[in-house]
Design a binder for this molecule. Structure first.
Ligand code: ATP
Ligand code: MG
Length: 418
């Protein structure tokens, strides 16, 4: 269906670079459209964070047309056309796989393994995930193509898989996480059929490589809608397939886990909104804090000295999590440091306090401490003490440290009860 788009999509709102790419392709005799999330976001009055172009030109042909381009990807071979820091992704129309090739391209469970069979525009539309993501726009002629009722669903604020939900989720289970992410980001409802299927098929996420789940986890939690993503993942019984150890402690009586995670994500969302730097290390530290404490307690009960138990517990929790969602060392390292500093913060003898303050992870560890208190842990005003300590001049610091000195041990013992 072709829709008159003049009111819906004023051309001047589409990125100049995406327009250039489409124009060059069309002028060279190919079909080309901007497509997917960017069209959806434009229709919703949001500014797209990136632009995708779909075309009938093959990847090599696209690369030959743009000097500033390169071929990327294996599972999906696409072309990146670069304009300074801005990249326009160009993908060739894809077709469904025919019977003869089915065996080659699907796993036994029905998952797509490779996807480089080219097709026409209509076929390409049917292979996209949600109807709202299958809109094609040609800025030159101001044509908006909608084969699957995407506009109607956007108007109804509805997330609906194209085709049969069960088989579309089986083809690529990550679509379940995408549904949750779009729900969190756009506030749309998930269509009842899609929703039913999603609540049943969470276990399929176990087949997804940890590296891909990590990428998706970042998009869920670090893009400004983390708190809503967490809530929706839990509500749709998907969270446990990503963070099983955390899921396990969420409902434990008296546990502050859920509040701690919610607060960490809310603070991250706020920072994203304010364009402040954020790190997955902090969010992961909150996700895995209670599993870490539980593991530490278990090891201590076996007679392991506290310092060793803490080190081992971090290693074990990270290893368990890695096998599901990979945690690159650049994030798991700082996460460990945030945890390890939690046991140093109660020790406020003058020299120890100064050393802790100078630690490169102090700021994150202090923020984490404050969050733990906000979540309901009783740490005897430790957060407030460190707030005052940081704001004081050296003389006042010495007085503060002296006043608190020697109390580290007593507080530590008290802490262990949590
Ligand atoms: P975002 O705002 O997060 O960028 P998006 O919809 O643009 O959202 P992308 O991951 O950038 O998401 O993908 C671009 C388009 O590619 C989607 O709109 C959709 O049409 C298609 N697509 C992406 N991932 C899948 C998938 N797993 N299955 C089917 N189609 C997909
Ligand atoms: Mg996108």
């Amino acid at each position: 269906m072709t829709v008159d788009s003049r009111e819906l999509l004023p051309i001047d709102r589409i990125s100049v670079n995406a327009q250039k790419v489409v124009k060059r392709l069309v002028d060279s005799g190919f079909e080309a459209y901007v497509v997917g999330g960017c069209v959806r976001d434009l229709l919703l009055g949001k500014s797209p964070k990136d632009y995708d172009v779909a075309t009938n030109a093959h990847p090599e042909e696209v690369r030959d047309l743009f000097r500033n381009s390169r071929l990327v990807g294996r599972r999906f071979r696409i072309v990146h056309v670069r304009f300074g820091a801005d990249i326009v992704e160009v993908a060739t129309f894809r077709a469904p796989h025919n019977e003869a090739e089915t065996e080659l391209h699907y796993s036994e469970g029905g998952m797509i393994l490779s996807d480089n069979i080219y097709g026409n525009f209509s076929e390409d539309a049917l292979r996209r995930d949600f109807t709202m993501n299958a809109l094609y726009y040609q800025p030159e002629t101001e044509t908006l193509l909608d084969e699957v009722g995407g506009i109607e669903d956007i108007k109804a604020r509805r997330i609906r898989l194209i085709g049969d939900p069960d088989s579309r989720f089986r083809e690529d289970p990550v679509r379940m996480l995408r549904a949750i992410r779009f729900r969190a980001k756009l506030g749309f409802d998930i269509d009842p059929d899609t929703d039913r299927s999603l609540r049943r098929l969470g276990h399929l996420l176990a087949d997804i490589p940890p590296a891909r789940l990590f990428e998706e986890t970042l998009k869920l939690f670090m893009n400004g809608h983390g708190e809503a993503s967490f809530r929706e993942l839990v509500e749709h019984d998907l969270f446990g397939w990503l963070f099983p150890a955390t899921r396990h402690v969420l409902d434990a009586e008296g546990s502050t886990a859920r509040t701690l995670i919610t607060l960490a994500l809310a603070s991250t969302d706020r920072r994203v909104l304010e364009d402040k730097p954020v790190t997955p290390a902090f969010v992961l530290a909150a996700f895995l804090w209670h599993p870490f404490l539980a593991e530490m307690e278990r090891l201590a009960s076996l007679g392991m000295p506290p310092a060793v138990a803490s080190h081992e517990a971090a290693t074990n929790v990270i290893a368990g999590q890695q096998s599901i969602v990979s945690l690159p060392r650049r994030f798991s390292g700082p996460m460990r440091e945030i945890w390890q500093l939690q046991s140093r913060l109660p020790n406020r003898q003058p020299r120890k306090a100064e050393a802790t303050l100078r630690h490169k992870r102090f700021r994150a560890a202090y923020d984490f401490l404050v969050l733990r208190e906000e979540a309901g842990e009783d740490l005897d005003g430790l957060g407030a003490w460190w707030t005052e300590y940081q704001e004081s001049d050296p003389e006042a610091r010495a007085v503060l440290a002296k006043a608190a000195g020697g109390s580290g041990r007593r507080r530590k013992r008290k802490r262990r009860r949590h």
